[in-house]
Ligand binder design. Structure first.
Ligand code: TRP
Length: 335
């Protein structure tokens, strides 16, 4: 195997499917920024715009979301020399590698992929044809994702539980490629489970997720964030009564300093703090954390040409690396 870079290479992608929320930030972006603070790591982070096509987004909406996510990534601590931010579609070797992986991907492997199985199950439930509304992009999602990872010679991929199977498939495909052709051409990645993965609860107490519609936006105006926090569901325990730690406490734990957290936890346990006061405190804590990120984000959004140039840099860098991997794969295959 050609080792082109001795530094640990960490890679992840984010789909441009909606507005970024605090759950994305605490669970994915902030942990990645912390990893990237280590200069001994090289970080590749991309907007998975090709993956988003499976849902047929309106082209203008997709273009706008892609810009927003790229700007948000840069604003959230990833604007560093050892981090390369790029749009997946602008690194052609990735899609070409996906095409080369198709012949070594068994159909049965994709039949077992969770996202496809869930779509088939939903069709069965609704009494529809099993493949109703399922396109080949969705079906082969794990192949493109494997190309994202293997194409950049990634060592480690930070993943939440929902992406673990996709990473296993990427490892499978690297091994299948090695069995089919000579030797180890594609580097096998490993999952990086972020310590104590910060899964934040959303407004209704379930995991914060766009599919539940219970999110708090990351880059919205302060008034919007404040109004959203007010909608967090609480019970009717009066201020003076003891309370069990709830969604508000969980969110504070993710953003407040240690002494604020301790203080609120004590007042919950002993009674003496109401939900209104806790929400106001939480709003202030989040605003303090987010306001410098928002300022940088707005600056990047106001200068699209500069943002574009910054992404072009990341794309040139990623393309150089991916072209090397693609060349290795083509040579191994006799192309
Ligand atoms: N599937 C990931 C998600 O939906 C996004 C993604 C695409 C990704 N390609 C990737 C993540 C490669 C890590 C590595 O969240």
């Amino acid at each position: 195997m050609t080792i082109t870079d001795r530094r640990i290479v960490t890679l992840t992608g984010i789909q441009p499917t909606g507005e970024l929320h605090l759950g994305n930030y605490a669970g994915a972006i902030r942990p990645l920024a912390r990893l990237a603070a280590d200069e001994g790591r090289e970080v590749y982070v991309f907007v998975a715009d090709l993956h988003a096509l499976n849902g047929h987004p309106d082209p203008a909406v997709l273009a706008d979301r892609t810009q927003r996510i790229a700007a948000a990534l840069l604003a959230c601590g990833l604007d560093r020399p050892n981090v390369h931010v790029y749009r997946q579609s602008r690194v052609p070797a990735i899609a070409r590698l996906a095409a080369l992986l198709n012949p070594v991907t068994s159909k049965g492997l994709l039949n077992r992929a969770h996202a496809y199985k869930a779509a088939v199950a939903a069709n069965a439930e609704a009494g529809r044809d099993p493949d109703h509304g399922i396109n080949i992009g969705l079906y082969s999602y794990p192949v493109l994702m494997a190309a994202d990872i293997l194409g950049l010679d990634a060592d480690e991929v930070p993943v939440g539980a929902d992406q673990a199977q996709h990473l296993e498939i990427a490892v499978d495909l690297a091994q299948q490629f090695a069995r089919t052709y000579r030797g180890e051409v594609l580097r096998e990645p490993r999952a990086l489970i972020p310590e104590a993965i910060a899964t934040l609860p959303g407004l209704d107490g379930r995991k914060m997720s766009k599919s539940y519609g219970n999110t708090i936006p990351l880059m919205a105006d302060p008034d919007v964030i404040k109004a959203t926090i007010r909608r967090i569901v609480t019970d009717s325990t009066p201020p003076e009564h003891p309370k069990a730690p709830d969604t508000l406490v969980a969110l504070l734990r993710a953003f407040a300093d240690a002494s604020t957290i301790r203080d609120v936890e004590t007042r919950y346990r002993e009674g003496g703090i109401g939900y209104g006061e806790t929400k106001a405190l939480l709003t202030a804590v989040i605003e303090q954390h987010v306001s410098p990120l928002r300022a940088r984000y707005q600056q990047l959004r106001a200068e699209p040409a500069a943002l574009h140039e910054r992404l072009r840099q990341g794309e040139r860098h990623a393309a150089r690396r991916a072209d090397e991997v693609l060349a290795r794969a083509m040579t191994a295959m006799g192309l």
